[in-house]
Design a binder for this molecule. Sequence first.
Ligand SMILES: CC(C)(COP(=O)(O)OP(=O)(O)OC[C@H]1O[C@@H](n2cnc3c(N)ncnc32)[C@H](O)[C@@H]1OP(=O)(O)O)[C@@H](O)C(=O)NCCC(=O)NCCSC(=O)CC(=O)CCCCCCCCCCCCC(=O)O
Ligand SMILES: NC(=O)C1=CN([C@@H]2O[C@H](COP(=O)(O)OP(=O)(O)OC[C@H]3O[C@@H](n4cnc5c(N)ncnc54)[C@H](O)[C@@H]3O)[C@@H](O)[C@H]2O)C=CC1
Length: 719
Amino acid sequence: MARYEQVQGTVALITLTNPPVNALSAAVRLGITETVTRALRDPEVKSMVICGENGVFCGGADIREFAKPMSGPPLVPMIAAIEEGEKPVVAAIEGAAFGGGLELALGCHYRIAHSKARVGLPEVTLGLLPAAGGTQRLPRLIGLAPALDLITTGRHVTAQEALKLGIVDQVTDQSALDLAIQFAQQVVGQPLLPRKLSTRQTPCPPDVDGLLEETMAQVKQRARGAMAPIACVQAVRAAATLPYQAGMQKEQELMATLFHSSQARAMQYCFFAQRAVGRWSLSSGAHSGNSKPRPVSKVAVIGLGTMGRGITVALVKAGMSVLAVETNKKQLEIGKQMVSAMLKHDAQKRNATPRLDLLHFTIDLLELKNTDLIIEAVFEDMALKKQVFKELSSVCKADAFLCTNTSGLDVDELAAVTKRPELVVGMHFFAPAHVMKLLEVVHGSRSSPEAVATAMHLGKRLGKVSVLVGNCAGFVGNRMLKPYLEQANFLLEEGATPELVDGALEEFGFPMGVFKMSDLSGLDVGWRIRKEAGLTGPNVDPRDPPRRRQGRRYSPLPDLVCEQGRLGQKNGRGWYLYDKPGGRVATPDPSIHKFLEEYRIKHGISPRQIDRQEVVERCLFALINEGFRSLDDGIAAGPEDIDMIYVFGYGWPRHRGGPMFYAGMVGLPRVLTRLEHYRQAHPEVPHLEPSPLLRRLVASGSPPINKWRDFLQRPHSQL
Ligand SMILES: CC(C)(COP(=O)(O)OP(=O)(O)OC[C@H]1O[C@@H](n2cnc3c(N)ncnc32)[C@H](O)[C@@H]1OP(=O)(O)O)[C@@H](O)C(=O)NCCC(=O)NCCSC(=O)CC(=O)CCCCCCCCCCCCC(=O)O
Ligand SMILES: NC(=O)C1=CN([C@@H]2O[C@H](COP(=O)(O)OP(=O)(O)OC[C@H]3O[C@@H](n4cnc5c(N)ncnc54)[C@H](O)[C@@H]3O)[C@@H](O)[C@H]2O)C=CC1
């Protein structure tokens, strides 16, 4: 797993050979240990170069091995042997040097990178820290502040930035390997001690304690309960305050606290789940391996509101030509100004030029005749969307894909009004569409594999995590959100405040609780959806009592709040008060508390003490329960799909792995028991009735998450 050659007479070339990313498996570590020993012993060899096969240096430790008992030579002494040896070693970095891969390169005496290479220590994103000396060598090489940034965020750094920071010694547009071999010959005989990072002092600013305290405070706030970022700060602190060996000891101690933690397991699960959701399959037998996407170069976006603008920006940023369509000149001009400003702002942040040349605007649908793919983002109104799809179907070329950004309407109903239902799919982006990583691709009953493949591929080009889902009201994400919101409203009726509910959910790790999220989206958005569904407004059955709709318990609280003119952040008043209209600083509002008290009196509800555990259980277990139903219905293909939707689209904390993974961590029997308990206490709430799949899994001894598919009602998902 490491190839040994002697090149240019005196250079030992060691190539890591573990495709696709040359991860440091036990076999690779053994290969490196043996080849380095051989090169050090061979008197003909004067220097060494370490590189990776297939244009990738190394993707780090083999993450799949973390779940197994350790075998093979450990990384720390392997890297120490390279650094301590008396022959210069040059790392030739092409593609990527991440995690243990960069730590290996830091143990080498020199680093040469290709201009397209990226380096980084992303262990924090796996719930770990760089425990092969990364927390001790990197600060000694580039200084305390930049090392804290890189290690606590895990961000990837381009070769150019790595050169500026001092991580690499040279960058080349030519072959990094050829340059490294040449370099390795030139440095023979030069003093090696200054190149051994473990012998250096960490460059620090005058106020080390101040920097560390400030960083720790920022990291704690960002971490939302994740342990790894905090351990990273503690480990880097050791590089600034302790001798190297003591720092290494600290690094190992901190790693030991993380390595077997549930957080690390959750984050590593997310790493593989993110990749797994890209491998979709349909019950027809079509799958990502046998269905080719069609090339798309010209895209149109219909409707330049909140979503259309973000989608346009995402497309332009990915280098695609976009024709943006609005209803009239006034709306078009507003949209144009907004999109241009967003692109300029984004380009400014990246020190780049905005690609305004890729943008075209029109109010004339006839201009769409050469477009390859159209994304409709008009109001959430079935009649309007049908009219738009009918028009698109007649003006667009016969093989153009027609996609809808609806957040929950029936994709089949839309497809049925076109002459090409097989080319219709949902592309459900999340707001803000140029920022949020999630894309739900909705497979209608007549969508072709080519249409699915094209939408999934387009999502990837936009940098999204695309998840294929089935067609039902709300698809996967919004369908599961319904019982979550419902429980939050019931908790207010029963005695909670918005702050109590949000506080519990934020403590769990969400960036914002459910009521702050509703204020951000706009309380009128949900109100319109409920009105459309006949839950509020003139279509409510007059025989329904105030707190019942369509035969089940209903809380009119969000309708009443919205009808008071409280629209959320946009007008500065919602479930909270804001510093100004459009402001983001939320403070509890005594008038909301008074309103809730009066409401309870009016409806004869005696408020009770509600604790945070009840909030978390009722909101999240209801959401998870609907996740089990989506799986059993075949709307979600697997638990990983649901988890990635929630992690990338709804702010579910990554260190808790997603709702389905979390259910497994809590224990399925406990989720079942608590749902049964709450269902008994609230018999009028059907969403609390445990799903048949959850019951079957528990009855079968609660198998691990990777076995759940074997218990689905439908052996293949409906997709
Ligand atoms: C490298 C990439 C940027 C490539 O991207 P791309 O080309 O887009 O390909 P992908 O689709 O992402 O990947 C292709 C394929 O490869 C798989 N894969 C990628 N990387 C890895 C990996 N590192 N390990 C295993 N498999 C990997 C990926 O899953 C794909 O396969 P598929 O899933 O089947 O589709 C990109 O892949 C990337 O970013 N990779 C990850 C980079 C990363 O995060 N690296 C860090 C790894 S962690 C690490 O290196 C840890 C360390 O440095 C510390 C090691 C010290 C260990 C010491 C342990 C001490 C324990 C003490 C406690 C014990 C206490 C006790 O027991 O008592
Ligand atoms: N706002 C959100 O957070 C999300 C919304 N969605 C969905 O995206 C769609 C759009 O939502 P928003 O952008 O929030 O709405 P919006 O109200 O901000 O914008 C809709 C835009 O469509 C334009 N429009 C209406 N009819 C048109 C027509 N015939 N031709 C061209 N343009 C037309 C309107 O002028 C308006 O600018 C809806 O289906 C919504 O459910 C999906 C995900 C999230």
